[in-house]
Every structure is written in C-alpha cells, then in structure tokens.
Design a protein around this ligand. Structure first.
Ligand code: PRX
Length: 648
C-alpha cells in the first residue's frame, strides 16, 4: 500500500475549504440537495432567475435531466460581460504560442471586443440561435473567441480536435448538420504545420457534407497559402474588418444547448454528447473554484486542447465564469525541448498546472535535469486528468516537479459528466498517489457487481452515480434512445460510467479503467469498434479485432489482430499501409501500435469474437486464458500466441 500524504497545512490555511469544511459541505449537498444547488445556482448571473432547481428522472421510460429550467441566462455574458465592471484590464487569457518567443495577454475588455466581433461575423454568415457550428481549430485565442461567440448568439458549437482526419471531421459535420465550419489555414504544433483548411476541403467533398455545410470561415494563422473556394470560403480578418465590437447577448433558457462534443463509446460511431447552458456553467464554475482552489489573481494553466471536454470546462468556461486568468498553450510538452512546460510556468508565473499522466510519463522519461533547469517557484498546485495516474508518475510529479510543496489533484471525470466528479480538494484531502479520492458536492458514487447489486465497504466494482448533478450531459444529440441505452440500462435507475473502481477502507476511490470496449490512449478515448470498422473498410481486410495493452507512455496501446482476405499475403509493406489507412480514416490518435496478421480469430460457436482471449494475448498473459473449450476452433489460439508481436 502506498503512502498517504497529509493535507498540506500551508495550503489549507489559505484554501476555501479544509477537511472538516469539505465534509460539512458535502453532507449538506447530499442531505439538502436542492437547497444546495439552489444556492450554487447563484454563482452565475441570470437574466430571469430560476425558481425551479431540479427535475430529474433516471427511469428508462421517462428519462430526463433538467436543472434551473425556468431560468434564462447567457453563458458568454457570464464569462465576460459581468467581469468588465472590476476586471476590464485584468488578463483573461494568456496565450503562449508554439514558438516560445511568441505570447500575448488578452484582457477581459479585449476578450469582450473580440468575442462581439466574432459574433457579428457569425451573424453576417447567417448563423442563428440553435444552429450548429463545427470548430476545427488550432490552440489559438480565436478558438476561445469562436466558442464564446457561438454561446453569445445562441449557436451550438461542436469542437472537433484538430488531430482528427477529414473523414472523422465529415462524420461529425453531418451528424449535427452544421452549416458552418470555423478553421484556420494551418495549425502549428512542435514546429510542424498541420493543414487544417486542406482537411476541411477534403471533408466537404465527403458524402452528405454539402447537404448541410454552407460556409467555411478561415482564420489566418500561419499565413501560408491555401486552396480557396470562392463560393464557400471566407477569411475571418476580411469579414471582421467592418463589424462592430458590440453584440447583444442572446437570452437563453438554462436548458438550451450550449455545445455538442463527440466522444467514443463501445459501439458504433462516436456520439454527440450534448451539454446545456445553465447547469453546465454552474458546475464548471463550482468545480474550477474548489478543485483548483482558484483565488482572484492566480494564474491557472490547463494544458489540454479545446478539442476535448477538459479544454471546454477548464480552459474556457469554468475559469472565465470565475473571472480567472487562464493560460492557453498552442504547443506540445517536448518542443523546443522537454522543459517547455516548466519554462512556460516560469515565464507566466503559473500557480496551477493541470495536465495528463501521459505527458507526465513522457517528461519523466527525459530525466530530472531539464525540470531542475527551471525554477517552478510560482507553482502551488498540480493537477492530473484523463486516465489513471500510476503511482510512479504521481511520485515524480510530486517530488521533482512540485518539490513536495504542491498538492496534486487527480481529477476523475468524463466528457459526459461536464465537470470533475471525484477529486481531492487541495486544502482538504489527504493524498494517496493514484487515487482520485473523494466525491465532490452532490455526487453520489456507488460500486455495483455485474447484476447491479450495490457493494459495501472496501471493494472493487462497476462505478455508477446514484443522482444527477447540474453538469451532466442531457442526451446524445439526435438519438435520445442511445443515451438511455448507453448510460441508464446496464444498472437501472443509475448513471453507468463505463469505468471500474476500487473503494478502500478510507472510502477513497481508485479508478481501475474502462470495463467496456473503450480504450484510453494517452488520455484520449477511442472505441475499439471504430478502429475495427476503419480496418475492415480496407479492401484487403476480411476481419479485425482491436484490444488495448499496457503501454509505458500512452497508458494503453492499440493492438490489432487482422485477418486478410483469402489469398492475400501478409507483408511488412501491408502492415505499414494499414497503419497509414487507420490514420487517414480516423486520425493520428488512432494509430495502431501493433498489427498482428491472424489467419483466424477466436470465436464462440455463435460467431462472437472472444475479446477476453485477445486481451490476454496482447497483455502477454498466456497462462491465464480461461476456458477456451467453448471456442469454435480452439487451435487458432495457439497460432495467435506463437505469432504474438511485442512492443518495439
Ligand atoms: O476511464 C476514465 C478516464 O477517462 C474516461 C473519460 O474520458 P473522456 O470522456 O475523454 O474525458 C477525459 C477527461 C475528463 C473515464 O471514463 N479518466 C479520466 N480521468 C481519470 C480517468 N481515469 C482515472 N483517473 C482519472 N483521473
């Protein structure tokens, strides 16, 4: 059992909550749930105040989730306008470019002007309340302006991570019927250019896209040449020249959609997770304040990309709702070298650094010297998100980066949850390396066995949530039944997270990882089904099965078993071709680490692939294959074992 670190007394002195205050507030949030959330609802400014707090049913035949649902507000006005009275000249966003010599500070007044201008450009292009707008953007301030501009005029944004392929982008444009895509000429990461506009051009040629897509709004970022389609493409800087820096904020109902974000599940294509306005903002603001113990004047940095939920809730909406100074970083951790994160901390006097275990592991591998070449004296708090952090990485982060001075908040949550559900509070929670620890306010986690029976005490089980919280997703865009089937059918009456967890004798939660067919590659979710369907779309592939295996840096790697069509010879060239194929179909984050050609896959007599066996083979655990007597052809297992490939 690893060691427990007591609460940092110095931190706790200045923190909003100490341990007993956490327990007191948590108990109140459970015992007097609606009163608690009514009080928290006041952290945002309402145009028409809510009188109703919560209307939630997790029943399969009447599933609905509503918070603050007779109130009206505007999310962008909450993130900007209301701070102008006392923070107009305070920096809202510090932007640090990929090139270390480039950065800029954007004040709340400047943010207001930019977002209003952006809103007016969107209106010029015919975007109206309720329209969906797809963003495919680099990590530049315009990404935040575009999100907030959508929120200001009541349009629904769908941000697609800039590392996804043209095909993946096309699928996401058509699914939510976007009439506009906002992009840039190129994005810059680690000195390399990624042709975003070119990918949008390729996406707009895909089937069905032109049925919805009317215009492409392009930010000039790198300044390099791009192909131009004069009937569809618009330069942002040209349209922005003659628009006003004022734009009224649309009055939105609390339950009006704010954004859609696509995420991978265990079956089918990625689903559009829908978040609404009022509850989402209350929850993002609450969790940002307490988990990061954010106080006015602090410099806060979340290293995520705005293409993921972490970027939405903890770069843009949570921090800006709280009037914070939030840092946005265009680059990567190892460019120009692996001290970049800590250089950025020193340059901007960052107090809180919130990053992912995969980055920590990659930097840890580069040794301590690069870290020690920087000061990091401004840092007071460290955070982790996206996947379980292994105790070794936690320890390195704590000892070397934070010099044992900074508490670490290991925050567990999901795209679906909108904000953090389980995490230490830095002034209140003793830390155990590798544990996300305790639930936040209003959150009621429980562990159940496969039949849904609740498990008590220190035990392992499936992680569910008993009750709703305001930041919870409301539906799968365009497919409410899929929402019900995915999250509320496995364990009736509860939200199923898809994760397994262990609870220890101190009631701390230890997330053990996904219990479904979802992989977590460098903290990014990827459905095995998506990679399989990409592979079988190749004309030489008959069948494919994908499983995860432990990977030193990425947490999980992608192991693929591929059966070729009869008569097709396997070769190294074909292996490379298939890797490129998947990258083209989905994007670089889905790059298979290992491809093993297999003449047959282990199947039950009814034809179902036995992934359990494939997982064991990928994990190199041959002695523990379990019962294989039910297989149609047990001999294929020997072949798979004999030809197993190992990580290079
Ligand atoms: O398996 C859990 C893992 O990431 C999944 C959610 O992925 P996504 O929706 O992409 O959101 C990532 C950022 C919130 C979860 O189901 N996960 C996330 N944070 C942690 C984690 N696993 C363990 N510890 C965490 N702190």
């Amino acid at each position: 059992m690893s060691q427990t670190y007591p609460v940092n007394a110095e931190f706790s002195e200045k923190a909003y909550l100490n341990e007993s205050q956490y327990f007191e507030m948590y108990q109140r949030s459970i015992n007097d749930n609606e009163a608690f959330w009514a009080e928290q609802g006041k952290r945002v400014d309402w145009i028409k105040p809510f009188t109703q707090v919560k209307d939630v049913s997790y029943a399969r035949d009447d599933l609905h989730i509503k918070w603050y649902y007779d109130g009206t507000l505007n999310v962008a006005a909450n993130c900007i306008d209301r701070h102008l009275a006392d923070k107009a000249d305070q920096t809202a966003i510090i932007w640090e470019g990929d090139d270390p010599s480039i950065s800029k500070n954007i004040t709340y007044q400047e943010l207001y002007d930019e977002v209003c201008r952006f809103s007016n450009v969107l209106k010029k292009l015919g975007v109206e309340k309720g329209d969906r707008v797809t963003l495919y953007m680099p990590m530049i301030p315009e990404a935040a302006y575009a999100m907030l501009a959508c929120a200001r005029i009541g349009a629904v944004h769908s941000v697609v991570f800039g590392g996804f392929s043209a095909d993946a982008l096309a699928g996401r444009i058509t699914d939510c019927e976007s009439k506009l895509v906002i992009t840039a000429d190129y994005s810059l990461r680690g000195g390399k250019k990624i042709p975003l506009k070119q990918n949008v051009d390729a996406a707009s040629e895909k089937e069905g896209v032109k049925d919805y897509l009317e215009s492409v709004l392009v930010i000039r970022n790198s300044g390099d040449e791009v192909d131009w389609n004069s009937t569809q493409d618009y330069w942002y800087h040209e349209l922005a020249k003659d628009v006003s820096a004022d734009c009224p904020a649309e009055e939105m109902n609390a339950e009006d959609p704010l954004f859609i974000l696509y995420t991978s599940g265990s079956t089918g294509q990625p689903k559009g997770v829908l978040h609404t306005s009022g509850g989402y903002l209350v929850y993002a603001s609450l969790t940002h304040q307490y988990v990061f113990d954010y106080h006015p004047g602090d410099i806060y940095w979340c290293t995520a990309d705005v293409g993921w939920i972490t970027g939405h809730s903890y770069i843009v909406y949570g921090p800006l709702a709280n009037g914070a100074t939030t840092l946005m970083f265009e680059g990567v951790p190892n460019y120009p070298d692996s001290s970049r994160f800590w250089q950025v901390c020193d340059k901007h006097k960052v107090n809180t650094c919130y990053t992912a275990p995969t980055a920590i592991r990659a930097l840890m591998r580069e040794g301590n010297e690069l870290v020690k070449s920087t000061s990091r004296q401004s840092l007071t708090l460290l955070g982790s998100v996206g996947e379980p952090i292994n105790p070794e990485a936690w320890q390195w982060y704590y000892d070397v980066v934070g010099e044992q001075r900074c508490p670490i908040v290991d925050t567990w949550w999901q795209t679906e949850t909108g904000g953090i559900l389980i995490s230490p509070l830095p002034g209140a929670t003793p830390l155990k390396p590798g544990s996300a620890s305790r639930p936040l306010f209003g959150i009621q986690p429980a562990l159940v066995d496969g039949e849904g029976n609740e498990l008590e005490g220190a035990v392992d089980g499936n992680l569910i949530m008993r009750d709703s919280w305001p930041g919870q997703m409301r539906t799968v865009y365009g497919d409410h039944q899929r929402f019900i089937d995915t999250y509320f059918s496995t364990f009736e009456g509860s939200y199923f997270t898809g994760d397994g967890a262990r609870r220890d004798e101190d009631n701390y939660y230890w997330i053990t990882g996904r219990v479904d067919d979802v992989l977590n590659i460098s903290g990014h979710r990827m459905g095995t089904a998506e990679i399989e369907s990409a592979l079988v779309a190749h004309h030489l592939v008959a069948e494919a099965a994908v499983v995860g295996y432990p990977h030193d840096i990425k947490g999980q790697g992608i192991y693929t078993f591929v059966t070729l069509n009869a008569g097709v010879e396997s070769s190294e060239a074909l292996e490379k071709e298939l890797v490129q194929w998947v990258r083209k179909e989905i994007g670089p984050i889905a790059t298979p680490d290992i491809i093993q050609f297999a003449p047959g896959l282990p199947k039950t007599r009814s034809g179902k692939i036995m992934r359990r066996i494939l997982r064991k083979i990928a994990e190199n655990e041959f002695s523990n294959l379990g019962d294989i007597s039910t297989l149609a052809e047990p001999a294929v297992v020997d072949d798979l074992i004999n030809n197993r490939k190992s990580q290079e």
